[in-house]
Design a protein around this ligand. Structure first.
Ligand code: ZN
Length: 169
C-alpha cells in the first residue's frame, strides 16, 4: 500500500505506475491522478493552441510559409521525382493509352466527381515502384482508394503487372 501524494488516498501498489527510481519502484501520484492531470493538460493545451492560433493567425501562416520557403528544395525534389516517374520513357510510349484511361475517367465523372485514376502499384512506394503505364492504371471510386491503402496486392495481381512490364520491354 502507498499514499498518493496528490489525492492523499492510500491505494494498493497496482494503482501506481512503475517508476524505476521511485519509492517502492512506483510513481508518487496514483494512476487516477496521473490520468486526470494528463487530461487537464491536454485540454489546456488544445485550448491554448486554438487561442494562440486565433490570436496569431497571420504570423502562424507566415511561419508555415517560411517553413515552405526554407524547405523548398525538399518539396521540389519530391515533385521532380514524381513527375520524372510519371514521364518515364516507357510511360511516354503509352501516352495515348494512358490518356484514354484518364479520358474515360473524366467521362465517368461528368455527373459527380466519384472516380479517379489510380496506380495499382503506387508510383512511389518504399518497397516497390510502379509504372505510369496502362496496365498499372485503374479507374476506381475515390472511396475505394481509401480502403486500398490497407490492402496489399495478391501475388497473382502483382505478377501479372510485373510480367506485362517485362514482356513489353
Ligand atoms: Zn491520487
Amino acid at each position: 500500500m502507498r499514499k498518493c501524494t496528490k489525492c492523499k488516498k492510500i491505494k494498493d501498489l497496482d494503482s501506481f505506475h512503475l517508476k524505476v527510481d521511485g519509492k517502492l519502484g512506483k510513481k508518487s501520484h496514483c494512476k487516477a491522478c496521473v490520468k486526470a492531470y494528463d487530461k487537464k493538460r491536454s485540454v489546456k493545451k488544445s485550448l491554448y493552441d486554438s487561442k494562440r492560433y486565433i490570436e496569431n493567425k497571420d504570423s502562424i501562416k507566415k511561419q508555415n510559409k517560411n517553413y515552405y520557403e526554407n524547405n523548398k528544395e525538399k518539396y521540389r525534389n519530391y515533385e521532380v521525382q514524381r513527375s520524372r516517374l510519371l514521364d518515364s520513357k516507357i510511360s511516354r510510349m503509352y501516352k495515348k493509352d494512358n490518356e484514354m484511361i484518364y479520358k474515360k475517367c473524366r467521362e465517368l465523372n461528368i455527373e459527380n466527381e466519384e472516380y479517379h485514376v489510380d496506380h495499382i502499384i503506387p508510383i512511389k512506394n518504399e518497397i516497390i515502384c510502379g509504372l505510369h503505364v496502362p496496365w498499372n492504371l485503374q479507374i476506381i471510386k475515390k472511396e475505394d482508394n481509401l480502403k486500398k491503402s490497407n490492402k496489399l496486392l495478391t501475388e497473382e495481381e502483382l505478377e501479372g503487372i510485373l510480367n506485362h512490364g517485362q514482356a513489353e520491354k
